[in-house]
Design a protein around this ligand. Structure first.
Ligand code: GRF
Length: 195
């Protein structure tokens, strides 16, 4: 199975996904695609020997259809079977998502269905939640929605800030996403619960 990974930032989840796809793993990374030429993940992907590409979203201001057409064009030569969103911070419309439904995964730093969108850790702390975490789910046209494939729970500690909580959740993201990808690529769509 050929996997394309889309990102916007540092790409630590991408690194873990790429490193996981070796040996008897049923998938291989074929492309890392960013929407920002300055995304640190591009350099990391190059270092890992994965082909990279970039579609800068900024020239497409107000033209989501144009941006998504350019994304499709950038993906096509790599012929992916599966797309993994890994810190990809652009909202994708139904026009892009629907043809990929059932073949596109995302990781979100909350225990969905809680806290879709941004600032998840601050919102969990504000709500006085005893636990936070992360979710891997199939991508549908609705934001941070779609069938849940795995969740990892992280206890909130006294004195936690959004930053400290995010750091502990990220450690779990790095475990959860590769684990779910391996299962998913093997055809196993049961929900994985960590720890
Ligand atoms: C992760 O927390 C991911 O869940 C969120 O953005 C962050 C990306 O981190 N959507 P990285 O680029 O994988 O290091």
């Amino acid at each position: 199975m050929r996997v394309a990974i889309l990102l916007s930032g540092g790409g630590s989840n991408m690194v873990r996904l790429v490193q996981s796809m070796t040996g008897d793993h049923p998938a291989r990374p074929v492309l890392v695609l960013a929407n920002d030429p300055g995304a640190g993940g591009l350099e990391k992907a190059r270092g890992l020997g994965v082909p990279v590409s970039c579609v800068d979203h900024r020239p497409f201001k107000g033209d989501r259809a144009g941006f998504e057409a350019a994304l499709r064009d950038a993906l096509a030569p790599a012929a992916p079977d599966l797309i993994c969103l890994a810190g990809f911070m652009r909202v994708l419309t139904a026009g892009f998502v629907t043809p990929w439904q059932g073949r596109m995964l995302n990781i979100h730093p909350s225990l969905l269905p809680k806290y879709r969108g941004l600032d998840t850790h601050a919102r969990a702390l504000e709500a006085g939640d005893a636990e936070a975490g992360c979710t891997v789910h199939e991508v549908t046209a609705a934001l941070d929605d779609g069938p849940i494939l795995g969740q990892a729970r992280v206890p909130v500690q006294p004195g936690d800030t959004a930053r400290s909580l995010a750091a502990r959740v990220l450690v779990q993201e790095h475990i959860l996403y590769p684990a779910v990808l391996r299962r998913f690529a093997s055809g196993d769509r049961r929900v994985l619960h960590l720890p």
